[in-house]
Structures are given as C-alpha cells and as structure tokens.
Design a protein around this ligand. Structure first.
Ligand code: C5J
Length: 220
C-alpha cells in the first residue's frame, strides 16, 4: 500500500514495507554533555531537542513492525580504519581516539560512541558502524537494504549538514528516495540547519524531500 504526505518540494509517496527509518549517529559523543561535539566547542542543546521527536517516529515505526536502522560514526580501538587526515584534522588537543569524559572519543565500544538510552536499538534493528560521514561508505548498509527490498529512506539524526547530508547524497546516487524529517535532524549551527534542509529539496528535490515528522505520523 502506498502513502502520500505533503512535503517539499512536492508530495512524497512511499510504500512502508519498502521504506526504512534511518537514525543517524544519535551517539552520546554528539549529543551529550562531555562528548566530542561539546569538546569541539558546540552547544549540544539543539541536538538534544531531537531525541523526543525522533523517539515518537521510532515508536510509530516500531509499532508497525517496519525496518529501523541505526548508525554510529566511529573507529576501531587501534584506529586502523581512521584515515590519518581525519585524525589530524582540526589540530585538536583532544580528538578522535583520545580519552575524554565519555571514554575514548568516537571509538567503538566506548560509552560516548554508543547511542543515547532513549533511542537504544532493539536487538532486531541493524546498527551500522561507519568510519566516515556517509552511512554507505565502507559499510554493509547497501546489502542490508537490498536484502529487505528497501528503496525509500526516512532520514533522521545528526548532524544535518555533515552525516545526514553525506548519507542522503550517497543514497540519492544509489537510487533511493529520501524523506528528511526537518524536526528530527539537527545541527550545532542554525544557519547550516536552514541551508542544509533547503539544499535537499531545492531544484525539484535534487537530493530528496523534506517534511516535519507530524506529516509522517499522520499516516503511519
Ligand atoms: C560529525 C556527524 N558532525 N555525525 N558527525 O562529525 O555528523
């Protein structure tokens, strides 16, 4: 059965059975006090505001028995999958792999690397550990989506202009139709949030569609 909801730049039509909810990088390192995001000098409050609306979409999606996929940005403890350029970037005093208040920053298995309690994955929900910003690069996401017959993605998470955008662009080039939920993606920078959302729906939906989560919750 197909559903159609109002969106920018025009209505978004999807088959729930062929659609996955993607929750990108809702990790303590990005949204909690003491995490990497805050150590970089950012205010994490705008990102914490996403937990409630994402939680509502997650609950609705789970209630329908539909596919939920979570991602986490991070690296092996020996950092062998982290490009030296990424490690060096920013000339940071405390950066990837270093000990921070929430454990070693963006290192798999550490407290800060994991997803916030409120959005904790269920055992049947795939968690994609990605070394990059995009969710497709160097991961098995393509295979998981192909095996489930997924061709549309409902995209949520952080940050809008970095990992959300990179993922949506990767997905778009692979033929997926992406709906980005405007109140379920967030940035540390309000001006980036506004521009990043505009860029997705511009030029006839060059990367996809944008709508508030209530439009989706009206139908699922
Ligand atoms: C960043 C992300 N911002 N998940 N990662 O470095 O967007």
């Amino acid at each position: 059965m197909l559903y159609t909801i109002p969106a920018e730049p025009y209505e978004f039509t999807f088959d729930p059975a062929a659609t996955a909810l993607l929750i990108i990088d809702m990790q303590r390192d990005f949204v909690d006090s003491g995490g990497f995001g805050e150590l970089l000098g950012n205010d994490v409050a705008p990102l914490r505001e996403l937990i409630a609306p994402i939680g509502r979409v997650l609950a609705a999606w789970r209630a329908r028995g539909l596919l939920v996929i979570h991602t986490r940005e991070g690296h092996r403890p020996d950092l062998s999958d982290c490009p030296p350029a990424k490690l060096a970037r920013g000339k940071l005093e405390i950066g990837i792999g270093d000990q921070g208040p929430l454990g070693r920053i963006l290192v798999r298995g550490e407290w800060g690397h994991d997803i916030v309690d409120q959005l904790r994955p269920l055992p049947n929900e795939p968690v994609i550990d990605k070394p990059g910003k995009g969710s497709f690069y160097a991961t098995d996401l393509s295979g998981i989506l192909a095996h489930r017959g997924i061709h549309s993605l409902i995209v949520t998470g952080v940050t809008t202009e970095v990992c959300v955008h990179t993922t949506v662009r990767e997905a778009n080039d692979r033929g997926f139709e992406c709906l980005v939920l405007s109140d379920c993606v967030g940035s540390y920078f309000p001006e980036f949030q506004a521009a990043a959302l505009k860029m997705i729906a511009a030029q006839g939906g060059i990367f996809g569609w944008v709508a508030p989560s209530e439009r989706l919750l009206d139908v699922v």
